[in-house]
Design a binder for this molecule. Structure first.
Ligand SMILES: *Cc1c(COP(=O)(O)O)cnc(C)c1O
Length: 393
C-alpha cells in the first residue's frame, strides 16, 4: 500500500531496525569504511563491476549511511527512483550541469532562476564553450523557437524568486520530451509537499535543502531527484568533483524532513493570510503571491501547487529608504537572506543585491520590493506586527 506524504516524511528511507536499536539514524562520523580482509575487497570489486545495486560504503566522498538515508527519503517524497545529496543547493545545480553539458552543447535557462544559477551560466558555462539562451517563463512559442539541434537541457525554477512566477510543467515536459532534451526544475520554493514536477514528466528536480527541507535555518544542503539513468551520471560527477554533504548536515536534514508536511501546511496558511491582509492595505501597492487571483500565474498555480507557499513579495507605497524603514519597524521577523525555516525572515531584495541603483533595475528588483519569508509563527501575530509597522510609517 502506498503511503501518504506525512507518513513518508517520518518513515520512508529509514533502515529498520537501526544500529544499536536507535530510533533515529545515527550520524556515521567517519571518512572511510574498512574491509575485513582482501577477500572482501575482491567481492566488493566484483559486485561493482556487475553494476549491482546495494553496494556497501567504501569512502566518504562516495557515500555515507546517514547521507544515504536522507537520499532515500527525498527520492520517496519526490516520487523519484533515486536522489543525491550535496553540500549546498548550488553544488547540486553545478554538479548537474557538469554531468550533462559539454563544449558545444546548448542550455536554455528560463527567466527568474536563482541569481547564482544565472551567474554560473554566464561566468563559467560560457567560458567552457556551452551556449546559453534565456526565455520568459510563460512564452512557450519562444521556448520552442529557442531549441537548436545541440540543445541538451532546459533549466527552470518554479515558483521563482522574488515574484513567484509559476511554470506550466506539462507544456515544458512535452516540449523537452519531443526533442529528447533533459528538463530540470529548481523546486526549492515549492517543496515536494506543494508540487511534484516528476509526476508531470520533468526529468530532474533540484532543491536547495537549506530552505524548507531542512526547515530550521541550521544547515546547508542541496538535493537532486530523478531516474536512476540520469542520477548515475550525476553521481559519477559528484564522485569526481567531490562536492559531498557531511553526515552531520545529513542528520539535520533527516530531522527536518520528518516535520516537513506540518511545517508546510502552516507556512501555506501563513502565506495566504498575510498576502490577503497586505492586498487590502492602502500603503501596499502590489502583492506578488500565486494564491491571489491578481497574480499573473494564478490559474497555473492552482493547477500545479497544493499550497501557494510561505513567501510573499510586495511593493510598498514608498521609495528605497521608506521600504528599509518599514522593515526596521517590524518586531517579529529576522532581517536577512534565505527562507523556509521556522523563523520568519524579511528582506528588501534590492538592498542586499547591490549598492548600484542601475544594477538593481537591470536585475528587475524594484526599490520598494519586500520579500517576506514566513515561518511557522501564528498568522494573527504576524499580521498584528505588520499592522503596527505600517501604522507608524
Ligand atoms: C537558496 C537557493 C539556491 C541555492 O541554494 P544554497 O543551498 O544556498 O546553495 C538555489 N535555488 C533557489 C531557488 C534558492 O532559493
Amino acid at each position: 500500500m502506498s503511503q501518504k506524504f506525512s507518513t513518508q516524511t517520518v518513515h520512508a528511507g529509514e533502515i529498520k531496525p537501526k544500529p544499536f536499536g536507535a530510533i533515529t539514524m545515527p550520524i556515521v562520523q567517519t571518512s572511510t569504511f574498512t574491509f575485513a580482509d582482501s577477500a572482501e575487497i575482491l567481492e566488493f570489486m566484483q559486485q561493482a563491476a556487475r553494476r549491482e545495486g546495494g553496494l556497501r560504503d567504501e569512502y566518504g566522498r562516495y557515500s555515507n549511511p546517514t547521507q544515504s538515508t536522507a537520499e532515500r527519503k527525498m527520492a520517496a517524497l519526490e516520487g523519484g527512483e533515486m536522489a543525491l545529496l550535496f553540500p549546498s543547493g548550488m553544488s547540486a545545480i553545478t554538479t548537474t550541469f557538469a554531468a550533462f553539458l559539454s563544449k558545444g552543447d546548448h542550455l536554455i535557462l528560463v527567466d527568474g532562476c536563482y541569481h547564482r544559477t544565472r551567474e554560473y551560466c554566464s561566468a563559467f558555462l560560457l567560458r567552457w564553450g556551452v551556449e546559453v539562451s534565456k526565455v520568459p517563463i510563460d512564452d512557450f512559442e519562444q521556448l520552442s523557437a529557442a531549441i537548436r539541434p545541440n540543445t541538451r537541457m532546459i533549466f527552470a525554477e518554479s515558483p521563482t524568486n522574488p515574484y513567484l512566477r509559476v511554470m506550466d510543467l506539462n507544456r515544458l515536459a512535452a516540449i523537452a520530451k519531443a526533442k529528447n532534451i533533459i528538463s530540470v526544475i529548481d523546486s526549492t520554493f515549492a517543496t515536494p509537499f506543494n508540487m511534484c514536477p516528476l509526476a508531470h514528466g520533468i526529468d530532474l528536480v533540484i532543491h536547495s535543502a537549506s530552505k524548507y527541507l531542512g526547515g530550521h535555518n541550521d544547515l546547508l544542503a542541496g538535493v537532486v531527484i530523478g531516474s536512476e539513468d540520469h542520477l548515475v551520471d550525476i553521481k559519477y560527477a559528484r564522485d569526481v568533483i567531490g562536492g559531498i554533504s557531511n553526515p552531520n548536515d545529513a542528520y539535520l536534514l533527516l530531522r527536518g524532513l520528518k516535520t516537513l508536511a506540518i511545517r508546510i501546511i502552516r507556512q501555506n496558511e501563513n502565506g495566504l493570510r498575510i498576502a490577503q491582509f497586505l492586498e487590502h492595505h492602502t500603503l501596499i501597492r502590489q502583492v506578488h503571491y500565486p494564491g491571489l487571483s491578481s497574480h499573473a500565474d494564478y490559474e497555473i498555480a492552482k493547477e500545479y501547487l497544493a499550497g501557494f507557499g510561505g513567501v510573499v513579495s510586495f511593493e510598498l507605497d514608498g521609495d528605497f529608504k521608506k521600504t528599509g524603514r518599514f522593515i526596521d519597524l517590524l518586531r517579529l521577523p529576522y532581517i536577512g537572506p534565505t527562507l523556509g525555516g521556522v523563523e520568519s525572515i524579511i528582506e528588501q531584495p534590492s538592498a542586499l543585491f547591490s549598492l548600484d541603483p542601475d544594477a538593481r533595475k537591470i536585475a528587475g528588483l524594484k526599490d520598494n520590493l519586500v520579500r517576506y519569508a514566513l515561518g511557522i509563527e501564528d498568522a494573527d501575530d504576524l499580521i498584528a506586527d505588520l499592522e503596527q509597522a505600517l501604522a507608524s510609517l
